[in-house]
Each structure stands twice: as structure tokens, then as C-alpha cells.
Write a protein that binds this ligand. Sequence first.
Ligand SMILES: Nc1ncnc2c1ncn2[C@@H]1O[C@H](COP(=O)(O)OP(=O)(O)O)[C@@H](O)[C@H]1O
Ligand SMILES: [Mg+2]
Length: 316
Amino acid sequence: MISLFKKFEEEGILGINRRIGEYILPYNPREYYPLVDDKWKTAELARQFHVPMPYHYGVVDTFGGIRNTRELIQDRPGFVVKPANGGMGNGILVIVRESEAANGSIQYHKVDDKILSEKELQHHISGILSGLYSLDGNSDSCVLQERLECHTFFREISFRGIPDIRVIVFLGYPVMAMLRLPTKESGGRANLHQGALGVGVDLRTGKLTHAICNDKIIHIHPDTKQELSGRILPHWETILEMASRCYDMSGLGYLGVDIVLDESRGPLLLEMNARPGLGIQIANRMGLRDRLQLVERIKNSADGPATRVHRMFQEL
Ligand SMILES: Nc1ncnc2c1ncn2[C@@H]1O[C@H](COP(=O)(O)OP(=O)(O)O)[C@@H](O)[C@H]1O
Ligand SMILES: [Mg+2]
């Protein structure tokens, strides 16, 4: 066990204690956490900074308000129900359409073809409000969001659901990226904890490299059977610039930015994370430490997202 840890350290793989001790605590002021931990607050902040996000239909923040949910989602081409303060895909429902049940009541179809009655949907929202999925265990609110359609680039390689691109940003410089692809197991969500795939991305070019699923190295998508490496993500520079802008927006020095691709609107911010996981190093088969130290050396040499991204490109 000890030798494995030592090997990781030698390869520049950042461990959990270092991540927290050397990067998260010193670079992430606690008072900024609520801005990224609450998805509704993030949405407001993104509006101020003109960072595009999926459209929000509304928020339910009281039990009394649950019965008005129908007005917010009626006649929408699908929608997503999310705990504002959730994480790891927990409590997220992706509804693709509604229909009328045999008894005339409304029912909702999830991305995995399962059906939910209006009552069941309300019950789920009530669970979100009680804090069932909230990161801190406190009561929460429920965000109702536009359901995104899968971008053409991903149609062949992703199993239903929406992939997202995680970029680790340190002091405004993008340092590592990973594509997360939903699988049958992950139920349309791109969360590694739910069984989604993590695919390393070459930071300079946006080219896909290696993939992991449940911590094992794989080469083809287990459901779509498609080869992943070698494909190049579209809008790559815009994605990195948007991730870099999230530093100016959030004030967090060590940040995980999750970006989704929309067919017509291009890259959209999905969420930010003040304590990004370390699995990205395994997907990239590369440690974060060297890149973080590189940024510490060049941190004052560029200003603004586009310049920082180009400065990073020069160093890679
Ligand atoms: N608006 C949406 N449309 C379709 N799928 C979505 C949408 N929002 C989230 N998802 C899916 O659910 C996953 C988790 O959503 P996210 O907002 O990142 O919440 P969490 O904090 O739980 O990770 C995403 O990676 C994506 O696959
Ligand atoms: Mg997420």
C-alpha cells in the first residue's frame, strides 16, 4: 500500500490530502463556496458575467410551491429536475416528454424510458426540498432546467444522456480536462460515481486519449461499442476560455468547471465545483502536480481568459 502511494507521488499524482491542504484551502476562500455549491446562485452569477448556461424554467423552494411546478414545465420539450445543492448526479431526473395516462392524468417519461406520475414527480421534488440529496444535508431547493439535446459529435459515442467536459482551472489557467460520457449504468448522467466513462483530453488540441470506467482502463464505450481515442472535441478553445472565465466569475483559485455542448448554442456552463475530484488524473494517466507548479511560475504573465489559455498553450 505504502509503495503504491509513493509511486503515485513520484509520478506527480496529487493525493487527496495535498489537494485539500495545498490547493483547496489556500486558494478557495470559504465565503465563495455558496456561489458554486448552489446551482441557482451559479445561474445568477453566470447571467451577470454573460456566461451562457442551459435555460432555467424556475426554482421550487417551498413545499407549498410544489403544486405550481406544473405551470413551470407545462408544454416544454422535456425538462430536468435538480437539487440546487446536489452533487454526483444524485436526485437528478431527466424527463424527455410527457403524455396522458389511461386515466387522463399527466405522466412523465424519463430518459431511461421509465414513467413517473405527477404525484411521483411531486414526491421527488419534496424529497429534494427536505435535503435528501443535498451535499450538506440541509434543506434545499429544486431547480427546473431545460433538457439539453445531445450534440451530433457525441451521438455516436454516448449512450443517451448528455456528456460533460470537466476542466480543472488553477488561478485562471486550464490545467487538465476530461470528457465524461453517460453509460447505460449511469442513467443518462455524466457522473463517474454513477458509472459514466471518464476520457482523458489532450489540453492543447482537445483530442480524446484514454478512457476509464469504474476505475478500469477501457478502449471502447461499453454500450455504444465505439472507439473513443483520437476524436477531437469541437469548440475546444471556446471551452477552455469559458472555463478560465469561471475563475474571474467565482474568485476560486482551484476550480472544477463542467461544460456541456449544445448543438446550436455551443459550449454552455453546467456547474462549477470547489472540490473537484482526482479521477481526472487517472483518465489522463498524468499527475496534476507538474501542471499546478507550472501555473505557479507563470501566473502573473497573462490577464483575461483568452490570454491565459494561449499562455498555457505556449507552455504545453
Ligand atoms: N439540462 C440537462 N439536460 C440533460 N442532461 C443533464 C442536464 N443537466 C444535467 N444533466 C446530466 O446530469 C449530470 C449531472 O448534472 P449536474 O448539473 O452536473 O449535477 P451534479 O452536481 O449532481 O453533478 C450531467 O453531467 C448531465 O449528464
Ligand atoms: Mg456535475
